[in-house]
Design a protein around this ligand. Structure first.
Ligand code: UD1
Length: 332
């Protein structure tokens, strides 16, 4: 099967491309390298010994997609191409709507024209807003707390209505919890150019001495140590979850939504201590005030993914911390 992976050189896209190739799929990537590097394609080849075909271009550009669908008989698409910085989305909402929603709609239009109606869509646990209770099931209420989250929620709605209009579509919507870690080869991982917003890339930069200390955003949450609790999932487990979703959903003419997480929550300080212990490094930190918009606790009810996709996350917190550290040391 030929799979089009939009944003395939990004953090989650590259790991998913590796797992797809390992599972015997033919991968075609389209990426404009807005938030990734072309060398990632070489790295994917190094890991899998197979070079994915890569088209450089923007998924919002219909001509780019037309060319790909004319040149290949694509069986399914996995759509990762999106901006993802929450803070930036608050200051540049139109840029986020323009890019994320346009990319999704253009992709769907071109797919429909070419009668390719199998799609896996990257959504996020951010669509649960401030959850009423944890663990969070797919039935929990949905809300928007920032423009990035809005693009994911609207993206889901676009797909739900598309399926109502044309039930030939087969669509899996995947709500990711907090992906961290890297491929065990150390060749691909998350490497933000700017000061990271997310916890694990920030810890990595403190451990490598690039940043002096971690700001822990609040220690007065109603959690076991007062710091925020999240469901961190190894990016390779997440990647494998996409393949499970693809296999399950393809040609079923169904649309369904799945949480991809581990079901276990760890606090910020749990993460710092695990990272220090496993990698034998110091991660100095200071407690600061809460980050606006943050929630106390967020972790998944993973039972639906286990039941329907026959998938569950297997990699431990130690592996997540070790692989993240190995990757940053590869970069030096
Ligand atoms: C963030 C996004 C979310 C996105 C997800 C992707 C925000 C508000 N939300 O979620 O939309 O889907 O990433 O993984 O950005 N923390 C610190 N110090 C730091 C960074 C983080 O203490 O320097 C804490 C946070 O307060 C939080 C935890 O670490 O308790 C995790 O933060 P982060 O990695 O940014 O993820 P989320 O906030 O869960």
């Amino acid at each position: 099967m030929k799979i089009l992976v939009t944003g395939g050189s990004g953090y989650i896209g590259s790991h998913t491309s590796v797992e797809l190739i390992n599972a015997g799929y033919e991968v075609i990537i389209v990426d404009n390298f807005f938030n990734s590097q072309p060398e990632v394609i070489d790295r994917i080849e190094q890991i899998t010994h197979k070079r994915p075909l890569c088209y450089e271009g923007n998924v919002c550009d219909r001509q780019v997609l037309e060319k790909i669908f004319q040149e290949h008989n694509i069986d399914a698409a996995i759509d990762f191409a999106a901006y993802k910085a929450v803070g930036e989305s608050v200051s540049k909402p139109l840029m986020y709507y323009q890019n994320n929603l346009n990319a999704l709609m253009t992709l769907c239009e071109v797919m429909q024209e070419h009668d390719c109606k199998n799609l896996v869509f990257s959504s996020s646990a951010t669509v649960y807003g401030d959850p009423e209770s944890v663990p969070i099931s797919e039935e929990s209420s949905l809300s928007v707390t920032n423009p990035y989250g809005a693009t994911k929620l609207y993206g889901e709605a676009i797909l739900q209505y598309l399926h109502i209009a044309d039930p030939q579509w087969s669509i899996a919507i995947l709500r990711y919890f907090n992906p961290i870690g890297a491929h065990s080869s150390g060749l691909i991982g998350e490497n933000p150019n700017d000061i990271p917003n997310n916890l694990m890339p920030y810890i990595c930069k403190v451990a490598s001495g690039e940043l002096p200390y971690l700001n822990v955003f609040g220690d007065d949450y109603p959690t076991h140590d007062g710091t925020g609790v999240r469901d961190y999932i190894h990016v390779v487990d997440l990647a494998i979850g996409h393949i499970a979703a693809l296999k399950t959903i393809c040609d079923t003419h169904n649309i369904d939504v799945f949480n991809l997480g581990t079901g276990t929550g760890y606090s910020v300080l749990d993460m710092v201590h695990a990272y220090e212990t496993i990698n034998q490094v110091k991660v100095p930190y200071r407690i600061t005030k809460r980050r606006p918009g943050d929630i106390a606790e967020c972790y998944a009810d993973t039972s639906k993914a286990e039941r329907v996709l026959h998938w569950r996350a297997e990699r431990t917190l130690e592996e997540m911390c070790k692989d993240a550290y190995r990757f940053i040391n590869h970069q030096v």
